[in-house]
Design a binder for this molecule. Sequence first.
Ligand code: ADP
Ligand code: MG
Length: 238
Amino acid sequence: MANLALSSIEKSFGTVKVIKGVDLEIPHGEFVVFVGPSGCGKSTLLRLVAGLENPTGGDIIIDGEDVTDEEPYDRGIAMVFQSYALYPHMTVAENMGFALRLQKQSKKERRAAVERAAEILQITQLLDRKPAQLSGGQRQRVAIGRAIVRDPKVFLFDEPLSNLDAELRVQTRMEIARLHKKLGATMIYVTHDQTEAMTMADRIVVLRDGIVEQVGSPTDLYDDPDNMFVAGFIGSPK
Ligand code: ADP
Ligand code: MG
């Protein structure tokens, strides 16, 4: 059974259809990368999975359960954005534990979950700081930590590294890969960076203008692109 299944997903804004029938099955633990030109619908598709937008057609299934009409919070999905959106007045620990207040967890349980996540990300020493006292890379780790504490079924990353400089990008990319290995969780990662796509993905989903153009492993897409668009996007000489 797929961990996450999208079935005939469509999304219109007003009269403009931006997602035009997407089918995708992702097995548990897979690292899937969405690539495609700006405006092709990558973020919209993630927001639909997260429940931040409602599809105008189709179904979203998580672990066999139709969650299309479920509230974002009930889906067991955590999203990491490009802008970290940390609460400036809260400490790192409070930022990471905030979402857990909605689940009826005690203060002690919340603290334990925060400390576990902090250890995984090696940011234990930052827990009492405020976001303003952190570097960009550290803030991004906190944002990832906030996702981990919820122990989600699926992690969604929307171009999480685009605000970081080149060196930090490489570092954080390796960190996310390590995290994936360690947690064994399903992850969907949006990027427009081909190197990121090729090095991180179990499978790459190439999107174009609201449809899936091709799905396959990096090698599949590189060696055997279905068309010039995929070839151009993946950087094959073909
Ligand atoms: P990507 O992340 O691939 O760059 P998006 O998913 O952000 O693309 O956008 C896909 C298309 O949907 C774009 O044409 C964008 O302008 C449009 N769009 C996204 N969100 C909205 C919205 N809330 N209202 C109207 N149009 C939107
Ligand atoms: Mg986007």
